[in-house]
Design a protein around this ligand. Structure first.
Ligand SMILES: Cc1cc2nc3c(=O)[nH]c(=O)nc-3n(C[C@H](O)[C@H](O)[C@H](O)COP(=O)(O)O)c2cc1C
Ligand code: SF4
Length: 1535
């Protein structure tokens, strides 16, 4: 019967075997839409529903997962394989090196990775040698037939050995092979061993994290009978085979045996069959010999069934040869052919060829057994293009095997680098090799063949993830219908493959063609206009001739284009139709070529180079998606070239480096400049991602790291600037990498830059890196050592790790006490300690708190990482003890109990394992104890003194009390401190600790970017400090002009965004120190201030925004201003520090004290912050119960404001697990007429000033003063100093505390629109130009803006006449949209990460995501329109007033929240803890059914917060003091 030979390529042969032998195939592809050499086949089989032999899926079709090659593909292997799935991977070699961390772990799992070596036209074997020590078994195939057989071997071997197998091949080697028959399914079944398959599939390997080493080792159980079922699993039919091969497959498989006259020496060995049962089975890890035995058994089986023979090494040639080549590279066949054809006298006649089939484990003894004893010299040819070591890896293998082992007769082994060889050059190459080999002193590392490989094809992996559309959108946004994309992805380039279409050459060509096309079109138009006999109306004619005269002027040409097109469309004449068919050419297009970073690998030859060299006016946008962290881990030798630098060096191109997630504005600027630049432009754009599904948050964080550390600087380079005497280079970020610095230094650009930005100089000239960090540690420790010199007494080193400061202050106190006892004490953070010194310590004590979920605090992690797996430290002469700070209830679930003080306990164990002796047993501090961690500490500390023999020291000095905020205030000279001096210090971006407290009174906080902390620490840099500035804006009313000024400030000095806060004001983030003063000045120039926006003073006074009653609003609002002004601190320090210029000298009184006087506050101000708000019933949109003073406006009979009901003692701040802290709703003191209200407020504040707790800041708010005193006593005290009495409170009614979105008309006929500003963040994104839009609106708006207490914004007082304009602008910027779910509209979140230093969990960046996840259920249950007040904060400080929400989430640790239920809908009732420390899955598990239940069971008009109480889910909280009572969660105390 005739055989139809079907398989044409090794990719196909391998795909078929993988398909038959896997449950899951990870198909690694350049992009989702671009096939690999395997994937098209895989999808074909799956589409036909072909069955796999092993797949345990319902339909027997294996699962195929497509993963993009730069999306960390091997990560996808872990989950399925741990669940008993047989997993294989089909990929090119390009992913291997980057996957090394995974490979190490995967080696102990039976995964098969089929690797086609790349680049396809000239394979580089270094990607294999680079990973040779990962523990995988490596098999190589060379011919098409081998690809099939070795693929099968790989699967069988993985199953049998339980270890990972990599099968690699160079597809080009077999390109000329004859097609081969399909595999025989029966053979595949037999060889795979279905019994073993079943056994694996029913196992679960466990381990959920790829980071935690599950310690898995592939093992073998010796002495147990292995059964090998010969028949397949019932019902499993396999891959459809159109024609079954019937001919006995050819015997020939390996290169050598192709030639009949060549002998083949194969060391054959009997199959190991373990048919005997041995009683005592033992389990041990798989050894190299085991692998060899398994693979031999498989090959023996193959030989039996298909007649082809394989061995770990293959020798072909005469059995008495003296010389041999060992080839590790492509096209062994060409060498073999040439040797076969050698004439007798040829130097390479009669030599042998050795190749390797089983590359790892490397079985040296098998190699010795394989090659004839007569061999004396071996030439090793390695096709390793990216050499990292001097000697090739294979040469080293051979040297150790053949030279070091006895019995080998080989005398000479010479390594050669194998380049690209063709049939024409192979003879010459061999001659060179053997001449060298046989010479007296052969050269090592001689190059053979062409090291650069073939000239042609530069095809690179090309992929475009979805996220990259951000840049496309921006291009589209800027240039609109003027944009011409040469190689738009997804655009059909008829008949051209995506690979080709994605090359720069193609795009370049198409752009040139487009240009010519337009020239032709212009001529056509000119001809038409000139010829008198064409019937063109005069008007059109003049338009056309105007146009023809200004074709290169984008503005004019485009304006005319619009008119012309409209006219042509109306006309309908044949000429019009003809012109219209090319209407795009009327516009002066902005021509762009868009590509990926793949273009960077071969810059000199790439099209990018052509574009730049051409000098054509073409813009290139290159998107780089390699995450910084991935790159920094990658092999330095493989680093991409820097396209930006390349282009700048070229001289004639405009170059910009941008990152949309770092500065949106800079992207716009660069693209516009690129377009305007007459010549080539290159914009390199950063958009790092690991997976296509990465959330914007990940992309944002990666971008920030890269930009911040100078890996991806933001800059613009315009070589035409010089002519205008402007600098060519502008730096838009703060740090640049060395290469760029060198470039700039060359032509004096750096000096210019430093001149224009003196503040950058410290960064620019700074080198960074981990060496710096090591040096810093050394210096810190040495400085200490010097201090201690000359002191006597035993040394005691005290290390601490602390996030919140408890462990740190304990450690410092311990240090002082040690010193007092005569010990030489050092106190340091764990991260600052050079760990190599540990063995030399005599006594070391470590205090560590617990963070995250049983983790070390940030400043303990590096130490822990260095010690945890360390086996080298010998601590035999070290005495140590550990004190742990934690909270036994932080993670209340029983199964989470082990997180209690976990890091300290772990460290205690490790230190002991390393031989250190305990001074005292570990001490355990627990927040739950009566005195919190102090309870445990009190018994631990004396044990240390005892152990060190200093417990009986007499006459210890009294300890100085710790410095408190009260001390700082007193010492500050009315809030001056050393702020001025600190601002001038350019050596650090920070200010001193006490000034950090004081600047709060001036409205600014120092923060650091928490996304960057770890990375910067690792680089030896101080944290990325910047300042938050908060304005004071009574009632939240701003003029349009002020809005624009605020917008400017955020762009010039901040991070290009603004936050509208829950207290109705503007907040800026990311203002660096050297911009702080300018920003403050600018705010004051806008007639706003920041004084007393934070700090222990009365802060911004809020007022309901009331869009429906403008007259009344105006009246009430004026009182918020009056109260605010009345309670303003009087210190002139604010003016002095921020506003005065050089000449504005304040008279200083003798002794350098400025005469200041605070009539209301006195020198120590208030014990704690103080907040006042006004609500106008029925709107409680300012949460009147949540502030120290809540004023409820009361209307008189005449419809005007009469006075206020005054509530006192509301407050939100709480500390987790500290029941002495609680949120509180204000208590009613009574009614006060409006004329007296500011005085009443003042008196309440004064009673608090004098009676508030100044010892304990956690107990200092007015709410505790009132509860401690009782409401009536408190009221009495206020009335006493006021000299008046409160009236009985007047009746009032609230309906809600949320905003009403959309248009509303007020009583005067003016219009108001409430925008939905999610969580108050004003920013531009590629999708939504909110910030720009609002700015445009502010430019023309004649009314005012009102910020609401829910972080939204009202466009107020729009006259009917102005409505069309406003509506049009709003539509243009999509600002008219408020069609969101009621849940989203009623939600709010605080800032939290990355700027808030107190955040324990994400808030603003996460709440929108959580809501999205709930909206499905909301829709399903018809709750879309229902308003449910949901709030989230990153910590219990409660900035978004979570305790009053119907449902709230308060951050507990990264990704974990406490959940509260039962708040009152209009902010009148506190909620209560429902569950603590839960994560997203649990939140959804609770919320989804609950929402459903609410939709079904709620009563008419019943709000969610009332509902959960009625159904008994939660008890109502009646007042602050009962907040912690009757919580729903049962905590178990059992261990
Ligand atoms: C975000 C966060 C997570 C915590 N996780 C744990 C934990 O997993 N186990 C534990 O015992 N204590 C935990 N705690 C409690 C702290 O370790 C404890 O409050 C300690 O006193 C804080 O000390 P520090 O101020 O030095 O950081 C956690 C505290 C916070 C704020
Ligand atoms: S609630 Fe906490 S995390 Fe959120 S902004 Fe306020 S202090 Fe920061």
């Amino acid at each position: 019967m005739a055989t139809t030979l079907k398989i044409r390529s090794p990719g196909e042969a391998v795909a078929r075997i993988a398909y038959l032998s896997s449950d899951t195939i990870i198909s690694v592809q350049p992009a989702q839409s671009i096939d690999s050499e395997f994937s098209s086949h895989l999808y074909r089989y799956a589409a036909r529903n072909d069955k796999s032999i092993v797949a345990g899926t319902e339909n027997g079709v294996p699962e195929i997962q497509t993963v993009r090659s730069n999306a960390d593909p091997l990560l996808s292997v872990f989950t399925p394989i741990r669940n008993g799935k047989l997993v294989s991977v089909t990929t090119t070699s390009s992913i291997l090196v980057a996957s090394v961390p995974h490979l190490y772990r995967l080696a102990a799992l039976p995964v098969v990775i089929h690797v086609s070596l790349h680049p396809a036209h000239y394979a580089d074997y270094s990607s294999i040698t680079a990973i040779r020590n990962t523990g995988f078994t490596f098999l190589q195939s060379e011919t098409l037939q081998e690809a099939q057989d070795i693929a099968l071997t790989a699967h069988a071997l993985a199953i049998k050995s339980g270890k990972g197998v990599i099968h690699f091949f160079d597809a080009l080697s077999s390109a000329e092979d004859n097609h081969i028959p399909f595999e025989d399914a029966e053979v595949v079944k037999e060889i795979l061993n279905l019994g073993a398959v079943k056994a694996f599939q029913s196992s679960r390997i466990g381990g959920t994290s790829i980071y935690a080493d599950d310690g898995r080792v592939a093992t073998i159980t010796e002495g147990v009978t292995q059964t090998t079922p010969m028949t397949g699993v019932e019902g499993a039919s396999s891959l459809a085979v159109e024609t079954i091969a019937s001919e006995l497959p050819s015997k020939a498989s390996s290169v050598g045996s192709l030639k009949s006259e060549r002998e083949s020496s194969v060391e054959s060995k009997a199959t190991i069959s373990s048919a005997t049962t041995v009683e005592n089975a033992t389990v041990r890890p798989i050894s190299s010999d085991d692998v060899y035995n398994f693979v031999s058994a498989i090959w023996a089986q193959l030989k039996q069934t298909v007649g082809r023979e394989y061995t770990p090494f293959q020798y072909s040639g005469p059995s008495n040869a003296e010389d041999a080549v060992f080839i590790f590279g492509s096209d062994v066949g060409a060498f073999a052919k040439a040797i076969d054809a050698a004439k007798p006298g040829e130097i390479y006649a009669n030599v042998g060829v050795v190749t390797v089939r089983l590359y790892r484990p490397w079985l040296g003894s098998k190699l010795i057994a394989t090659i004839p004893k007569s061999i004396k010299r071996v030439a090793v040819l390695e096709q390793i293009r990216r050499k990292t070591t001097k000697w090739g890896p294979l040469l080293l293998d051979l040297l150790t095997t053949l030279k070091a082992s006895p019995g080998g007769g080989v005398e000479t082994i010479v390594g050669h680098q194998l380049g690209y060889i063709t049939a024409d050059t192979v003879g010459q190459a061999l001659r060179g090799v053997f001449q060298n080999l046989k010479s007296e002193k052969p050269f090592q590392n001689l190059e053979v063949g062409n090291p650069h490989g073939p000239e042609s094809s530069q095809v690179q992996d090309f992929s475009q993830p979805k996220v990259e559309s951000a840049y496309m959108k921006i291009l589209d946004q800027i240039f609109g219908n003027r944009l011409y994309l040469a190689n738009a992805i997804g655009k059909e380039n008829a008949g051209i493959s995506p690979e080709l279409a994605s090359t720069p050459e193609f795009g370049f060509g198409s752009l040139l063609a487009r240009k010519e096309h337009r020239q032709k079109f212009i001529r056509e138009v000119q001809t038409a206009v000139a010829s008198s006999n064409t019937a063109i109306p005069e008007e059109l004619k003049s338009l056309l001739s105007n146009w023809a005269a200004s074709v290169e002027d984008d503005k004019k040409a485009n304006e005319l284009a619009d008119q012309i097109i409209a006219k042509l469309e109306a006309s309908g004449s044949p000429l019009s139709k003809q012109l219209l068919s090319n209407q795009g050419l009327f516009r002066k297009e902005s021509r762009w070529l868009v590509g990926s970073d793949a273009w960077a690998y071969d810059l000199g030859n790439s099209g990018v180079h052509h574009v730049i060299a051409s000098g054509e006016n073409i813009n290139t946008l290159i998107i780089d998606s390699t995450p910084y962290s991935e790159r920094s881990a990658a092999d330095a030798a493989r680093r991409k070239k820097d396209i930006g630098l390349y282009a700048m060096n070229y001289g004639n191109a405009y170059v910009a480096s941008v990152a949309v997630y770092s500065s949106y504005t800079q992207v716009l600027q660069a693209m516009i400049e690129a377009d305007q630049f007459d010549g080539p432009s290159v914009v390199v754009a950063y958009l790092p991602y690991f997976k296509e599904t990465d959330s914007p948050l990940t992309v944002l964080q990666e971008t920030k790291k890269a930009v911040d550390l100078g890996y991806w600087p933001l800059y613009r380079w315009n070589p035409q600037n010089e002519a205008r005497s402007e600098p060519n280079f502008s730096l838009d970020s703060e740090r640049i990498k060395n290469e760029l610095k060198d470039f700039l230094a060359r032509d004096n650009h750096l000096t210019l830059l430093m001149k224009s930005h003196p503040e950058f100089s410290s960064h620019l000239s700074e080198d960074y890196g981990s060496e710096v960090r090591a040096l810093q540690k050394r210096n810190a420790k040495d400085a200490y050592a010097q201090l201690l010199e000359g002191l006597f007494g035993a040394p005691l080193t005290i290390l601490f790790a602390s996030d919140g400061g408890n462990a740190e202050s304990l450690a410092k106190r311990l240090g002082n006490r040690g010193k007092a006892r005569g010990l030489k004490t050092i106190v340091m953070a764990m991260e600052d300690y050079p760990i190599e010194d540990l063995p030399t310590e005599e006594n070391i004590v470590i205090l560590s708190s617990t963070a995250g979920q049983g983790e070390f605090p940030q400043n303990g992690r590096a130490f822990w990482d260095a010690i945890k797996d360390n086996t080298e430290l010998d601590l035999a002469s070290v005495n140590y003890s550990i004190f742990a700070l934690g909270d036994s209830h932080y993670w209340p679930r029983k199964q989470d109990k082990h997180y209690y003080n976990k890091p300290a306990k772990d460290l205690d164990r490790i230190m002991s394992n390393l031989g250190a002796k305990r001074l005292a047993d570990i001490g355990l501090g627990d927040d739950q104890d009566p005195d919190a961690y102090q309870t445990g500490y009190q018994t631990w500390e004396p044990l240390i003194w005892q152990a060190l023999g200093v417990d009986k020291v007499e006459g210890l000095p009294e300890e100085p009390p710790p410095i408190t905020n009260e001390d700082i205030k007193i010492e500050s000279n009315f809030l001056r401190g050393t702020i001025e001096e600190g601002l001038k210090d350019t050596t650090t971006a920070a200010i001193s600790a006490s000034d950090q407290q004081l600047t709060k009174f001036h409205g600014t906080y120092m923060q650091d970017d928490r996304d960057l902390r770890d990375e910067r620490k690792a680089q030896g840099l101080e944290p990325a400090y910047s300042f938050m500035i908060r304005c004071r804006l009574p009632g939240g009313v701003s003029t349009p002009k002020q809005w624009i000024q605020m917008d400017d400030i955020s762009n010039s000095f901040g991070n290009e965004t603004m936050k509208l806060t829950t207290r109705q004001t503007f907040q800026f983030h990311g203002v660096v120190k050297h911009n702080l003063k300018s920003a403050m000045k600018a705010i004051n120039q806008a007639l706003m201030t920041t004084i007393a926006a934070c700090g222990d003073v009365n802060r911004n006074v809020m007022c309901s925004s009331l869009p429906t009653a403008s007259k009344y609003h105006k009246e009430v609002y004026s009182w918020s201003k009056k109260i605010s002004d009345h309670l303003l601190p009087a210190t002139t320090a604010y003016h002095e520090i921020w506003l005065k210029d050089e000449n504005d000298k304040k008279t200083q009184i003798a002794g350098n004290a400025v005469q200041d006087f605070e009539p209301l506050y006195g020198p120590t101000y208030l014990p704690r912050k103080f907040k006042i708000t006004i609500a106008i019933p029925p709107h409680n949109d300012t949460d009147v119960y949540a502030h120290d003073i809540g004023l409820i406006a009361i209307k008189g009979r005449d419809g005007n404001l009469a006075g206020f009901n005054l509530l006192a003692g509301g407050g939100m701040g709480v500390t987790h697990n500290n029941k002495k802290t609680y949120p509180r709703t204000g208590s009613m003191l009574g009614y006060v007429a409006k004329e007296q209200v500011h005085i009443a407020c003042e008196k309440v504040m004064l009673v608090q000033r004098d009676h508030g707790d100044r010892k304990n800041r956690k107990h200092a708010r007015l709410k505790y003063t009132i509860d401690d005193m009782g409401v009536d006593v408190f009221r009495g005290k206020v009335e006493e100093i006021w000299g008046q009495k409160f009236d009985k409170a007047k009746p009032f009614k609230f309906q809600s505390n949320i905003d009403t979105f959309g248009w509303q008309k007020d009583e005067t006929g003016l219009n108001h629109f409430t925008y939905f500003i999610e969580n108050g963040r004003i920013e531009d994104t590629a999708d939504f130009q909110m910030k720009t839009g609002l700015r445009e609106i502010a430019k023309v708006h004649k009314g005012e803006f009102r910020l609401t207490g829910n972080q939204h914004l009202i466009l107020s007082n729009v006259a009917d006449a102005d409505m069309p304009k406003m509506k049009q602008l709003m539509a243009k910027y999509k600002l008219d949209n408020y069609q969101f779910s009621g849940l989203r509209l009623s939600s709010s979140a605080c800032v939290a990460f990355p700027t808030c230093g107190l955040a324990m969990a994400e808030s603003e960046r996460y709440l929108p995501e959580l809501i999205t996840k709930l909206e499905g259920v909301i829709e399903e249950n018809g709750l879309r329109q229902e308003s449910i007040v949901m709030r989230m904060t990153g910590c219990p400080n409660g900035c978004a007033r979570p305790w009053l929400a119907e449902v709230a989430f308060v951050g507990k640790a990264f990704g974990a929240y406490n959940m509260y239920l039962g708040g009152g809908y209009h902010g009148q009732r506190l909620n209560k803890l429902y569950r603590s420390s839960i994560k997203e899955d649990e939140i959804l598990e609770i919320m989804k059914p609950l929402l459903k239940r609410y939709s079904v069971e709620r009563q008419e008009g019943e709000h969610f917060g009332d509902f959960v109480i009625r159904i008994g889910m939660i008890k109502p909280t009646t007042e602050g003091k009962t907040f912690h009572d009757d919580v729903a969660e049962e905590e178990s105390d059992e261990e």
